[in-house]
Structures are given as C-alpha cells and as structure tokens.
Design a protein around this ligand. Structure first.
Ligand code: FES
Length: 572
C-alpha cells in the first residue's frame, strides 16, 4: 500500500502525473525531497479565536511537530472545524457530527500515515475520535488540557460549576451585580478546558482509558510545560505508528476498552454527556454500548475522584495526585488491564508506573470512596421507554425517591419566559418538566436540562428540585436532574403528552421514572396530539441533514448513516 505523499492520489487519470503535480505544489512551500519521502503525520489545527479552550493549540502543534521530526516523520498540519460551547448557535451538539464528518473526510482525503488530533472543548474530542475511528488510521489524541483554577475573595473557583453556583446566588439576590462581574473575570483564568469534571475533562479521561492518548494526557493543566512535553512525546509516538502502520483505532478499541471507559466514567463522577459520546464512538466500531450494562457497572464501581461537581477539587489537583493512571491502579480488577494503548503496551504497564503521591486525598481507594456506587444511573419507565439518565452523585439524596406534580414547559424559550414569573403556579415539591429540547426538538439537544429553580422558590432557600427533560446537561452542573428522556418529545416520545398537574414518580433506587396517569388517558392524549412535521429551520442544508438523520440519545445522536454496519459483519 502506498505511503506518505503517494497516498490517495488525486484522480487525473494518470497516477504519475498526479504525484508530479502534488510534488510541484508542495514544493512551493519549500519542502525538500528528503522531507517529502518521510512518513507523514497529519496534525489537526483546531485553534480558533472563538475557542479559548483551544488557546494553547499553536504551542501543542509546534511540540507535536518537533516530536514527529525527532522520530523521522514529516508533520503536516491541517485545519478542521473547532467548536466552543458558548460560541456555537444553536448548540455545540448540533455541530458535533459536522466536525466528525469534516475530521474523517480530511483524514481520508489528504496523504497521511498517522494522525494526531488535538482538541478539548466538550464536543471536539468526541467529534475527532468519531472521525478518526471511522477513518481508522493510526491515531494519537492530545487533549488541550484543563485550565488552572481561579481565585476570588479567598475562595477557589472553577468553570463552570462555580459559574452556575455564583449565578444562582446572584439570581437569589445574594451576590450583587458588581461582585458577579468581578467573579466573571476570575472563573476561567487561563486557556484550556473547564477544570471541573465537566464533559471536556470527562472525555479526556475516558480517551485515556480507551487507550487513545498517552498516559496523563487527560489531566496535565493546559498552561503547564508538561502539557507541551506530552505533545512532543505524542508526536514521536505518532511518527513511530506512521512508520509501522499500527496500532489503528480498530486494534485498540475492543469491548474491553469500551467497558474500561465506562468504568472510568462512573468512577470519576463524569458528565452524563460522556455516555452519549461513547455510544456514538462505539457505534462507529463493531462494538456497542449497552445502557443496561452501563447501569450495572454503576452499581459496583465507586466514585473515587473528589472533583467538582460531585466532590471538592479541580483537575490540576487530580493531576498532581497521579491522574488517570493512579485512578486506574485504584480501580484494579474493575478494569481489563490487558487492554492496549497507543503508548505501545497495555493498561497494566500504565498502572504499574502510576505515581504514588504521599498524603493525596483526591484519588480515593475503593475502601474509602467518595460514593460507594457510580455517578450515573440509567432510568426507564412509561415516560422514558428507551431510557433516561441521572447523575445521582451530584443530586440531593432525599430527592432521589420523590413523587411530585408536573409543571410543564413546552420549549426552552417558554421555560425562559415563564420560570421567574411570580404568578407561575409552582412549589418546591413539584417536578419541573421541559420538552422539545432533545436532538431534533431544540435542535441539537441543548444543555438546558439544568432548569433554573424559579426565583421565588430560590428566595425561600430551596436549592434543588426534581427536573426532567429530553435535553442534556453540562457536566459541570449539579442537582436532581433527569436527562436524555428517550424517545424525545419532538420525535413523538411520551414526554409530549405530559400535562401540568400530572403526578411524576422518580425512583432512582428502582431505576424508574414514571408518569402516574392511566394508560387509557395517555392513549387519548396521544390520539389527539399533532402529527410530527418538518420544522422551518430544517428546510435546507446541514439543518435538513440533521433533522432527517440524527439518532436519539440512546444511540449517541450520530447520523444514522454514519454508524458502522455491524449487521453486515463489516470490521471497524
Ligand atoms: Fe470549553 Fe468548558 S467551555 S471546556
């Protein structure tokens, strides 16, 4: 098979001419014949002024290039889409699959023997891994790394768990307008990804557990020199992989590695978004994430990391305590340590050299966990026939068994308009219900599942209520919040027929979420419901593709035609 510059020649009907032309153009950039004979390592450039979470990407690219060249390879940097959580309209999730397609096709289209994907902000690593897994070239992932913590009036702050906590205090009148502005400039004090166990940190940790990045890649703070050094080491490793042609993602990713990733997701108190992204990644291979298995894992895997929002610390503290290798050492037999990594060996080799940090309390042992069971539970019931999730490690324990009256909001816009209305008929025991906020409904399944507590209830000192929706929630958020109700209401799911005043029962111990309305009445409501129609926003372009083909949360919200065709027995 051709390698380097000879790979994937542009079709002119004459292969010799195609290579001649390609070399003529690349020489315009000053490359020598010696350089052009080397194995090529493609490096994605996701630097963007709109994406401060990737603000260190230029330095990481330089280091990765240095590593590639030290190992005798030729680095070639190419741009792809970059997505920042706060700068993507309507939502970053709406664009994740576009980035995955862009990344996959650019890897396929351009000559390279291995690829390094550099990303971090929530949707970027999932998108890059989805694309790289489908392209199946030897791949090394370099996360951009977490921000360092902020400080405000003697308190340690982190994006964005503390953004939410401070904003809730501001809404409740406990933090005034001047102070909230000062805190605003201290919540995200450096480039890098959110430094709590949000989706970005979660995906960086599960990427390391999957074996797709070098050990400690998940946790090294973005501004540290160590982050630059691991980019160099990743470059060297990628060049070796370009030379040998292995391992590919299809060599690394197995049932065992996905199970390891799910175990780590539970043990870190990870983001609920992690389960959607891992499902999407697995669906691009021969393997599949089973929600029932994931829930069963959660019953035996303890939360071992003391990080916000489930605990107290931040990502830099996790790193200084030994990072993911130390966590995996603590998990021991709960993991399959024979799983391979891009480092060249197995997880057993990684945990054997995990750092022992005397006196650290961030990474606990199974004998002294933060929580005795995992972070996320999967619920089913007549309101969620294909499932829903709750991050019970970040919920109020007494609300995990709760029956209350539904207060329904038909859309994110309706909820925003009405939630603080003093005349809204709502009490602290009620269940706030948001619908039309799923993959198709909003569109792009916004992180609106963290419905704000109505101001009048906040003012009485109540900090949490049961909230349910077909939306997602930021991994940095907390509360008794049921998410990803599937099928979503916009696709005809039962959430569509809930009415204000209905009773809803949440039973996390029994893994149930039920609408306490008899089946005959639900049938009448379904018969009277409007037919599903293509909305105006989905008339053309990417939005049309999204509406027509996006899958539900239990299938990872990928496009239906992007999944691996397991049934036909094809290999990943
Ligand atoms: Fe980019 Fe949180 S906004 S990681």
């Amino acid at each position: 098979m051709s390698k380097g510059l000879r790979k994937g020649l542009t079709s002119y009907g004459d292969a010799g001419f195609s290579l001649f032309l390609r070399k003529a153009f690349i020489k315009a950039a000053g490359y020598s014949d010696d350089a052009l004979e080397r194995p090529i390592v493609g490096i994605t450039n996701t630097c963007s002024d709109y994406n401060p979470c990737h603000g260190n990407v230029p330095a990481l690219i330089e280091a990765a290039k240095r590593g590639v060249m030290l190992a005798g390879g030729m680095p070639m940097v190419f741009p792809t889409i970059s997505i920042h959580e706060s700068f993507a309209y309507p939502t970053s999730m709406f664009l994740r699959n576009l980035m995955a397609m862009d990344t996959e096709e650019m890897i396929r289209a351009q000559p390279m023997d291995a690829v390094i994907v550099i990303g971090g902000c929530d949707k970027n690593l999932p998108a890059q891994i989805m694309g790289a897994v489908s392209a199946d070239l030897p791949t090394v992932v370099i996360p951009t790394g977490p921000m360092v913590v902020g400080h405000h009036r003697g308190e340690v702050l982190g994006a964005c768990t503390d953004c939410r906590r401070l904003w809730a205090s501001h809404r409740a009148g406990q933090v005034d307008a001047d102070e909230i502005e000062i805190a605003n400039s201290r919540l995200a004090p450096s480039v890098g990804t959110c430094m709590v166990m949000g989706t970005a940190s979660t995906m960086a940790c599960v990427t390391e557990a999957l074996g797709l990045s070098l050990p400690t890649s998940a946790t090294i703070p973005a501004p540290h020199a160590e982050r630059v050094r691991i980019a160099e080491a990743s470059g060297k490793r990628a060049a070796e992989m370009a030379l040998s042609g292995a391992p590919r993602p299809s060599d690394i990713l197995t049932d065992a590695s996905f199970r390891n990733a799910l175990t780590v997701l539970q043990a870190i108190g990870g983001s609920t978004n992690g389960i959607i992204h891992l499902t999407a990644i697995a669906n691009r291979t021969r393997y599949k994430i089973d929600l029932a298995d994931f829930d069963a894992l959660g019953r035996k895997v303890p939360v071992l990391i003391d990080l916000k929002p489930s605990g107290q610390h931040y990502m830099e503290h996790f790193h200084h305590a030994g990072g993911v290798p130390k966590l995996m050492q603590q998990l021991g037999n709960l993991l399959d340590l024979d799983a391979k990594t891009v480092a060249g060996g197995t997880l057993r080799d990684v945990v054997a050299v995990a750092e022992e940090v005397p006196g650290q309390t961030v990474i606990r042992s199974p004998a002294d966990p933060i929580k005795p069971t995992g972070a996320i539970a999967v619920l089913h019931g007549n309101i969620a026939p294909r499932g829903a999730v709750i991050k019970h490690s970040a919920a109020t324990p007494k609300l995990l068994q709760h029956t209350g009256r539904a207060v329904v909001f038909d859309s994110v816009a309706a909820m925003t308009e009405r939630i603080d209305d003093p005349d809204l008929d709502v009490g602290p025991e009620d269940v706030l219900v948001l619908r039309n906020a799923g993959p198709k409904g909003a569109p792009g399944m916004p992180e609106a599942g963290y419905l704000p507590i109505p101001k009048k209830i906040l003012a009485s000192g109540v900090k949490d209520m049961v909230r349910i929706s077909d939306a997602r929630m930021s991994g940095t958020a907390f509360g008794t919040i049921v998410l990803h109700i599937t099928p979503e209401s916009a696709a005809g799911g039962p959430l569509a027929v809930v009415q204000t005043g209905d009773q809803i029962r949440l039973d996390v111990a029994g893994r149930r979420i039920d609408l306490l309305v008899d089946e005959g009445e639900l049938e009448r409501r379904r018969a009277a419901a409007d037919a599903i129609r293509q909305p105006e926003w989905a008339e053309r372009g990417y939005a049309r593709l999204f509406w027509d083909t996006v899958l539900q949360a239990d299938e990872g919200c990928d496009f239906s035609f992007m999944q691996n065709k397991r049934d036909e027995g094809s290999e990943a």
